[in-house]
Design a binder for this molecule. Structure first.
Ligand SMILES: NC(=O)c1ccc[n+]([C@@H]2O[C@H](COP(=O)([O-])OP(=O)(O)OC[C@H]3O[C@@H](n4cnc5c(N)ncnc54)[C@H](O)[C@@H]3O)[C@@H](O)[C@H]2O)c1
Length: 368
């Protein structure tokens, strides 16, 4: 895999998604101009993102559209609720949206998930593009056609598949991202690299400190493009998560439960996934994963400087795990590494998970 290629196509049942990585925000306009020109555009975004980057990223496009309407939604995870989606449907209707109107999301993974859900359900589907502004959204959330809302008791349980026509990621937008959010995004890249792309894993190990220290530079575009290609490959081979796509849930089973238990928004999603990956490594070692590979991933995650895990309510966590989309009568399915670049989907009994969780919390929340 060449780290220099910054454009790829993700074919799917409705056509294909063009994935484009550019450095400067000014280049977003030329990638989307023909999609926007003379059209009625509905932009889903949140106020901080709009104020930080709206004009430089979308200013030219807004003047090219026939009708340009901005729909501000709550910032962060608070956007992903049925209430916000309902408000957005009403706003689209009131704003004159029709079958040929288009939806453009501008924000992190939360805005992508909400915007894609609303675009996928309003009038049975409006054309969609993403301009993702966080690292996590650029490498993961904007790619692959999944949309999602949360309910209070469970993460991402409401959603539809609705692929964007294009995803245009400008890495210079990442320069304003707080270091904590940058690290959270790198977790998703590490997740994919560890189980699917060992070249990318080596690149992340080599460049991590530079990446964390200089968000937005050329090295970022190569990393984002490589991670997108890796995810696009998995999604192409398994669009509906019947098999291989489950690999993307590495770290997400406990991660999602932590987000619910600690009330959405307390932990950035990527941080919750990092804790979930550590737990998955513990489960995997109990099933024979080589300690060397587990240590290698733990060392890389440690370099991200993620804050310690706040003490969760383990009884509640186990309850929440029962709502996991991958739960069945014989337990929850866990994505566990078996070797570098290899993994298994293992169904583990609840009592084993409960015992391992006690050990994990004692080990990682010792001082809290
Ligand atoms: N659909 C999928 O396949 C998929 C995959 C992975 C994750 N997700 C979802 O993505 C969500 C997490 O996304 P996220 O990590 O992007 O978080 P987020 O969208 O909640 O954004 C986090 C924060 O970053 C800020 N921000 C955004 N862009 C910025 C910029 N350029 N500079 C400064 N601040 C900026 C936002 O205002 C927000 O406060 C989760 O809900 C997760 O479930 C979805």
């Amino acid at each position: 895999v060449s780290l220099a290629e910054r454009r790829c196509e993700l074919p799917h049942d409705r056509g294909s998604t063009a994935l484009v990585v550019v450095e400067e925000p000014a280049a977003i306009g030329s990638e989307l101009l023909d999609w926007v020109e003379g059209r009625s555009l509905h932009v889903v975004t949140s106020r901080p993102i709009l104020e930080m980057h709206g004009e430089e990223a979308l200013g030219g496009l807004s003047r090219a559209a026939r009708d340009w309407q901005v729909h501000e939604v709550p910032d962060g995870e608070a956007a992903k609720t049925p209430e916000v989606a309902g408000r957005l449907w009403h706003d689209l209707l009131a704003g004159g949206a029709r079958r040929d109107s288009r939806v453009l999301t501008f924000g992190g993974g939360s805005v992508c998930d909400l915007g894609a859900f609303v675009a996928g359900t309003f009038m049975r589907g409006l054309a969609l593009c993403h301009v993702p502004t966080t690292l996590l959204a650029q490498v993961d959330a904007a790619v692959g056609g999944k949309s999602a809302l949360n309910l209070a008791a469970a993460k991402n349980v409401v959603g539809v598949f609705h692929h964007p026509e294009r995803v245009v990621a400008s890495t210079r937008l990442l320069a304003t991202l707080p270091r904590r959010e940058l690290a959270a995004g790198l977790v998703e890249a590490i997740k994919m690299a560890a189980l699917l792309d060992l070249d990318l894993l080596a690149a992340l190990e080599r460049d991590l400190d530079d990446l964390l220290g200089g968000a937005g530079g050329p090295a970022w575009a190569d990393i984002v493009a490589a991670a997108q290609r890796t995810k696009a490959g998995v999604v192409t081979r398994d669009p509906r998560e019947a098999g291989e796509r489950r690999v993307l849930n590495f770290g997400h089973t406990l991660g999602h439960a932590l987000e619910v238990d600690l009330d959405f928004g307390v932990l950035p999603h990527g941080e919750a996934v990092a804790h979930g990956m550590r737990f998955a490594l513990q489960l995997a070692e109990a099933r024979g994963l080589d300690r060397g590979f587990a240590q290698r991933l733990e060392a890389l995650l440690a370099r991200l400087g993620i804050p310690p895990l706040p003490r969760p309510d383990t009884r509640n966590l186990l309850r929440v795990l029962q709502h996991d989309k991958k739960a069945g009568p014989e337990g929850v399915i866990w994505v566990l590494p078996t070797a570098p670049g290899r993994w298994e989907a293992a169904r583990l009994p609840g009592d084993q998970v409960a015992a391992e969780l006690e050990v994990f919390v004692a080990r990682h929340c010792g001082a809290c």
